[in-house]
Ligand binder design. Structure first.
Ligand code: C5P
Length: 284
């Protein structure tokens, strides 16, 4: 019998993100191309008589209200079992950063429990959607996907060859709710970019320049209004010829590099001007 499972829960970036409408329930309709990167939390899930979630370092969520605990409860409700599991999470993905770290942990918990409980009959993506908007993408296991609706529509796209990105992490945290609340109708305009990125992946013709040209995110303007450090970082980088784009609701920024050498060079240049920049691989 399987005693425990350890999964990697990768971070994601949003290569392009368009908000296309507001729903009656307060959520927004969006279309976004999500891609995982090689920065990941480690999630270990083991059977247990009670629910215990240990997250290190601490993410500051009220006890029992973190996304991993919510994922166990959602799976238990769907499976008709007690919400009992022992979950240990080693965090490497920064929290409230726009990288989907908490959602990815939840996705890993759902996948692990489905295996441990031998439940291949459950609709894991629908269960994930009850935990959080980004969770279905992570439950899907796709490395690149067009995500739509509130986040429940996940159309996997062909994996490209390994690509290289530089991730820049302002120290601030941003709550997704606040960024969506600060969105104005005239902030919208990234739809064509989402289509261009999606089509390039679908036709297997994606290139770094295409991704750079289309790295638009409708949440950039509201995120900058709430967090001036984002605009500052982007303008400092632009003076060195580097255009930084927003991931998710921020504040994490990224740029797509031509290759590994280029990524290391860009990360060094950004660190010289005081930004916390690191080279990562995407998909591949
Ligand atoms: O689904 P999740 O709990 O991750 O969403 C956090 C917040 O982000 C929601 O409460 C909502 O304010 C906002 N949101 C939204 N539309 C989405 C996803 C999130 O308005 N598609």
């Amino acid at each position: 019998m399987t005693r425990a499972l350890t999964l990697l829960a990768p971070a994601k970036i949003n290569l392009a993100l368009a908000v296309t409408g507001k729903r009656a329930d307060g959520y927004h309709e969006l279309r976004s191309v999500f891609a995982t990167i090689d920065l990941a939390d480690r999630v270990r899930v083991a059977p247990s008589r009670s629910l215990e979630v240990r997250i290190a370092p601490d993410v500051g969520a009220p006890r029992g209200d973190d996304l991993a605990s919510r994922a166990v409860r959602a799976m238990a409700a769907a499976a008709g079992r007690d919400a009992a599991a022992f979950v240990q999470i080693r965090k490497r993905v920064p929290v409230a950063a726009g990288l989907g770290g908490g959602s990815s942990d939840a996705g890993a918990v759902i996948r692990a429990l489905a295996t441990l409980w031998r439940r291949d009959d459950l609709d894991l993506m629908a269960i994930g959607a009850t935990v959080g908007s980004d969770v279905p993408f992570f439950v899907s296991g796709a490395r690149v996907a067009l995500v739509s609706g509130r986040g429940e529509g996940v159309d996997p796209l062909p994996d490209p060859a390994e690509m290289h990105v530089v991730i820049v992490r302002p120290r601030e945290r941003l709550a997704t709710t606040d960024v969506f609340a600060a969105l104005r109708t005239d902030d919208r305009g990234a739809s064509a970019s989402v289509d261009a990125v999606r089509n390039a992946f679908a036709r297997r013709s994606v290139t770094p320049p295409l991704l750079r040209d289309n790295a638009r995110n409708d949440l950039l303007a509201p995120a900058e209004r709430l967090c001036p450090a984002i605009a500052q970082a982007r303008s400092d980088a632009a003076q060195h010829g580097i255009e930084l784009s927003l991931s998710g609701s921020g504040p994490t920024l990224f740029t797509v590099a031509d290759d590994r050498r280029d990524a290391l060079k860009i990360a060094r240049a950004l660190r010289r001007i005081g930004l916390a920049a690191h080279a990562h691989t995407m998909a591949g």
